[in-house]
Design a protein around this ligand. Structure first.
Ligand SMILES: [Zn+2]
Length: 284
């Protein structure tokens, strides 16, 4: 399984992160993608991913709920983070064993962090649910970040809430960009349009909720267009609803999808993992 959307930089995971990630890996999570949400999360996301460069993969972007008066400054700071990450050495500067050579603790400068390369722009999009004060600015910020994605050839992680029509309209302005509609909960019509545009649907814990209509909306949508996600720390699946979410709990999502698609959980895992690897160009 690959968790394509997990806020592992959230302070709730800071304590005992090594052990937490070891548990995820042990229970079949092969990689975790970590989206940014604003300028201040640039450092948090990159720092945590650089600690586990073969396991945590970063994305950077301005979440629509964080589009306020200072959105231009936010975008400039995020863009600087994107540029710096992509310009850095793409791989290991020192193998981890080098840290142990000589037995003594090396000074910090001598053991640079390994580098986890950006795999997407995200999360970005439109959210009209609570507040539409900055509706026009949200749209402009989305366009600007789609331009980055186009320029760098990176996929996007799209957050869209109560804004499907505008989101699709803007995404269609960028026919060369692909990505995932994260935490998809739209109608069947929207699902069909998204898939037609070459995008994937991100499916998480919501699909295990009792009164969730998503199963009906997925009729006719091929498994080849789905990727798994948690949106952790939020959206924990049944039977963990309300708890701090964990990537390994995606097994409950996999099992639900296996029922819906009338196939084995192993097949769901295999196909959705291959989808995530292809979309985000992840080599494991
Ligand atoms: Zn998110």
């Amino acid at each position: 399984m690959i968790d394509t959307h997990c806020h592992i930089d959230d302070p709730q995971y800071a304590e005992g992160l090594d052990a937490f990630l070891a548990e995820q890996r042990h229970d079949g999570v092969q990689a975790i993608l970590v989206p940014g949400v604003d300028a201040s999360s640039v450092k948090d996301v990159l720092d945590v991913c650089n600690q586990y460069p073969d396991y945590l993969f970063p994305a950077l972007g301005l979440h629509p709920e964080n589009v306020k008066d200072d959105w231009r400054e936010q975008l400039a700071a995020i863009k600087a983070g994107v540029d710096k990450n992509l310009a850095s050495t793409p791989h290991t500067l020192h193998p981890p064993q080098a840290h142990n050579l000589g037995g003594a603790d090396l000074p910090r400068e001598a053991t640079p962090l390994r580098h986890s390369r950006l795999i997407a722009i995200g999360e970005i999009g439109l959210d009209y649910h609570w507040d539409i004060t900055f509706k026009a600015e949200q749209q402009e910020a989305l366009r600007e970040q789609l331009r980055w994605a186009e320029q760098y050839g990176l996929p996007v992680m799209i957050h869209s809430r109560d804004a499907a029509e505008d989101t699709l309209k803007i995404l269609r302005e960028f026919p060369n960009v692909r990505g995932v509609m994260h935490c998809f909960s739209g109608s069947h019509e929207v699902a069909e349009q998204v898939v037609k545009m070459g995008y994937y649907l991100g499916i998480g814990g919501v699909i295990t909720f009792k009164n969730c209509k998503l199963a009906e909306h997925l009729v006719g949508i091929p498994l080849e267009r789905l990727v798994l996600e948690t949106d952790a720390p939020y959206m924990a699946p049944v039977p963990y609803r309300g708890k701090r979410n964990e990537s390994r709990w995606m097994w409950h999502v996999v099992e639900r999808l296996a029922q819906i698609y009338n196939c084995s959980p192993e097949h769901v895992n295999e196909v959705t993992t291959a989808n995530a690897k292809a979309l985000f160009v992840i080599k494991l």
